[in-house]
Design a protein around this ligand. Structure first.
Ligand code: MSP
Length: 693
């Protein structure tokens, strides 16, 4: 049967959605739409991973039960998927999977029971009871080996996790083990299929990890240590290791171990899946998961494909501490879904890390979308409206007009452009199928450039002045319109809204969602068909305005925000984090990196044409006062600021905003939906320059 199954990871229900989550969903959504467009029945899964100690702890901090905690986080995820057009209602995922679903409990218990009965390739029990003692990172939900943790500075202190920089817990308890060490050969032979783990570089890493020797895996925790989990069948004193539970969602979602689900979706129908994962969780998917499946006698996934991480424009990891995270609210407020999708798929060479910044996003949107595809579409359609009475002209140039057409610079051979686009379509589809989205989009944009050139060479506006060239003019515009139709079909999985809009403006019926790009034929637009109303699909984005609003408004930091005068930025984060309880802690050394000083405002004035910004001179006990910009002008009159004591982040890299250099940041609390700032101050007298510790 012609079916396809694509999954994103299921996300931990202990923190709110961020760009990393959105990204994989966009990729999976584009893949799913691409398959559906080709007539392949597709199932697209995303969801949340809701068990484990982290969720238990987050819930405890927030005064909720673990399930309430999960529901709370899920509400943010579903808000995100709806806003970004990724949910079922918008033609996106088929299931938002939750590991707290009763059918999942049934399915994962069934998998456990099967593995318990199984023998490894070396003839031993696949699961056995043993005793585990080790350093456990709660945030990673895994035990750490010596090369995976930072040894403590002081003897007696626990080591710290290299990823989270948090102290590890010493855990020693009875545990069930999965005999992973017996699966090395079976795994290595699975990796021989070159497409099984992708990209190649990651596949090599996985192979050398397995060749390095596998240790058995602890797959349960005592209920007394981790109660929030699926009970081990036959031994309710144990709960299943959260990764065993989470990975299994990929099969329980489609009916493994549950009749009803099986009828509703169909395990045999859709399995095996293509798993899209970030490179940081590849090992779980490419080593543990296949060995569980091997043990249970279940077919291995179709492929496991690892993408890179989004970094900030300077190549740094995005983190709340650095203040360089991309805010989903800001993305949603200022950019269309298609713009975000295009950027994500165009900018990250799939498999490698990518850089994401608002400025880069605006630049790409303006150059590739507004001036590129958008402009090609509006100039073509506007000319059809003006010169052809809003009807699709004929694509043919009569014999007796060919010479004249050639003489005026028109390439009369229709196959030049048709051949070009056919070749580009072939490349597009091939790259898209290989998940090389960036290359696929380059191929599509070669068409935009080619057709733009065809129009510029043919100069329709001149042809329109000569009655003898009327048919030639029509043929040029027909070719442009036909190219737009092809582009709408090719680009539909990447930009569904814009593709449909252009499709409709061309006056076409149906939807590009249902046209198989491999079956496109040149020349199928009907002569004489009326086009729709012409409207710009990608309006130009006003970079200065958007950047100023993002920097000074309630919607938190930009890529330069580590250095931005962003009073509300840290506070908006804090508010959100509070909502789910603080879920990660920093060391005192991390805090010491931030140089907070007492300052006194010497002067304050509004910044012309920026209603949120105040420009201040602040004495922080240095020779010269600092010039600091803050996005507080809507709530604080300049006069009221003069003389006030404030808290300044003194070691932020200076940054230019609206032509003024800001040499620090004013600290403020932030509350309410618009993130109303309230400046931090002192009730006792304190000298300027005193450091906050
Ligand atoms: N719950 C597990 C997955 C279980 S799947 C059976 C988990 N959850 S997570 O909430 O931490 O989500 C991690 C996913 O987000 C990973 O795929 C990770 O790579 C991705 N990202 C997190 N930060 C990211 C970026 N900055 N950029 C791109 N993706 C990133 O792990």
């Amino acid at each position: 049967m012609n079916t396809f199954y694509v999954t994103t990871p299921i996300y931990y229900a202990n923190s709110l959605p961020h760009l990393g989550h959105l990204y994989t969903m966009i990729v999976a959504d584009a893949v799913a739409r691409g398959k559906r467009q080709r007539g392949i029945e597709t199932f697209f899964l995303t969801g949340t991973d809701e068990h484990g100690i982290n969720i238990e702890r987050a819930a405890q901090k927030a005064g909720r039960t673990p399930k309430e905690q999960a529901d709370y986080v899920v509400s943010y995820f579903t808000k995100m998927t709806s806003e970004f057009g990724l949910d079922t209602a918008h033609g996106g995922y088929d299931i938002f999977m939750r590991t707290t679903e009763p059918f999942h409990y049934e399915g994962v218990s069934e998998l456990w029971r099967r593995i318990v009965k199984a023998k490894t390739p070396k003839g031993r029990d696949a699961i056995y009871k043993g005793h585990y003692e080790g350093w456990f990172c709660a945030a990673c939900a895994e035990y750490k080996t010596e090369d995976e943790y930072q040894k403590p500075k002081n003897e007696g202190d626990p080591p710290t996790c290299l990823i989270h920089d948090t102290p590890l817990d010493r855990v020693s308890e009875e545990s069930y083990f999965f005999r992973l060490s017996d699966y090395d050969e079976a795994l290595l032979s699975a990796y021989e299929k070159p497409d099984f783990v992708r990209p190649e570089s990651r596949r090599n890493e996985v192979i050398s990890f397995v060749r390095g020797g596998l240790q058995d895996l602890s797959v349960s925790r005592l209920k007394s240590s981790v109660s929030w989990g699926v009970p081990v069948p036959g031994d309710p004193e144990h709960t299943m290791y959260v990764w065993f539970d989470a990975l299994t969602n990929y099969i329980t979602a489609i009916g493994f171990g549950n009749e009803e689900r099986q009828k509703a979706v169909g395990f045999e129908k859709f399995w095996p899946a293509l798993h899209l994962v970030g490179k940081d969780i590849l090992r779980f998917h490419a080593v543990y998961w296949p060995s569980f499946l091997l043990a249970a006698g279940i077919e291995l996934p179709r492929a496991i494909v690892a993408h890179g991480m989004w970094l900030d424009p300077n190549g740094r990891k995005m983190s709340k501490t650095l203040g360089n995270v991309i805010e989903l609210d800001a993305l949603h407020r200022y950019f269309s879904n298609d713009t975000i999708r295009y950027f994500c798929l165009r900018e990250m060479v799939f498999g490698q890390d990518g850089r994401f910044g608002y400025e880069g996003l605006i630049d790409r949107a303006n150059s590739d979308l507004a001036s590129g595809w958008g402009n090609l579409s509006s100039r073509t359609l506007t000319m059809i409206a003006r010169y052809c009475d809003s009807r699709i002209p004929s694509g043919l140039i009569p014999e007796d007009k060919l010479l004249l057409a050639k003489r005026t610079g028109v390439d009369t051979d229709e196959t030049t452009v048709a051949g070009f686009i056919e070749h580009a379509r072939h490349q597009f589809v091939q790259h898209f199928d290989n998940l090389a989205f960036s290359k696929a989009l380059e191929a599509a944009w070669s068409v935009v450039a080619r057709v733009d050139k065809m129009i510029t060479d043919a100069k329709p506006w001149d042809l329109a002045k000569d009655e003898n060239q009327k048919q030639t003019l029509g043929a040029v515009l027909y070719r442009a319109a036909e190219s737009l139709r092809w582009l709408s079909v090719m680009l539909y999985p990447v930009m569904p809204e814009a593709s449909l809009a252009i499709w409709k403006q061309l006056g076409l019926g149906g939807s590009p969602a249902r046209v198989d790009p491999t079956e496109l034929k040149w020349g199928e637009q009907k002569e004489g068909a009326a086009i729709g109303e012409v409207q710009p699909v990608f309006p130009r984005l006003d970079k200065a305005k958007i950047m100023a609003e993002i920097s000074s408004g309630a919607s938190t930091p930009t890529e330069a925000a580590a250095a931005a005068p962003e009073p509300s930025a840290p506070v908006v984060h804090a508010t959100q984090a509070d909502a789910v309880g603080v879920t990660s802690f920093i060391e005192i050394d991390d805090f010491a990196k931030v140089d907070l000083r007492v300052g006194q405002v010497l002067s304050a004035e509004r910044v012309p044409k920026a209603d949120k910004l105040l420009l201040m001179k602040v004495d922080i006990g240095e020779e010269q006062p600092r010039q600091i910009l803050a996005g507080i002008a809507q709530y604080y009159e300049p006069e009221k600021m003069i003389g006030r004591k404030v808290v300044i982040v003194a070691n932020l890299k200076p940054r230019k905003l609206r032509g003024f250099e800001s040499q620090g940041m004013v600290v403020a609390a932030s509350y309410g939906e618009e993130g109303r700032p309230v400046i931090a101050t002192f009730t006792e007298d304190v000298p300027n320059g005193a450091r906050l510790k």
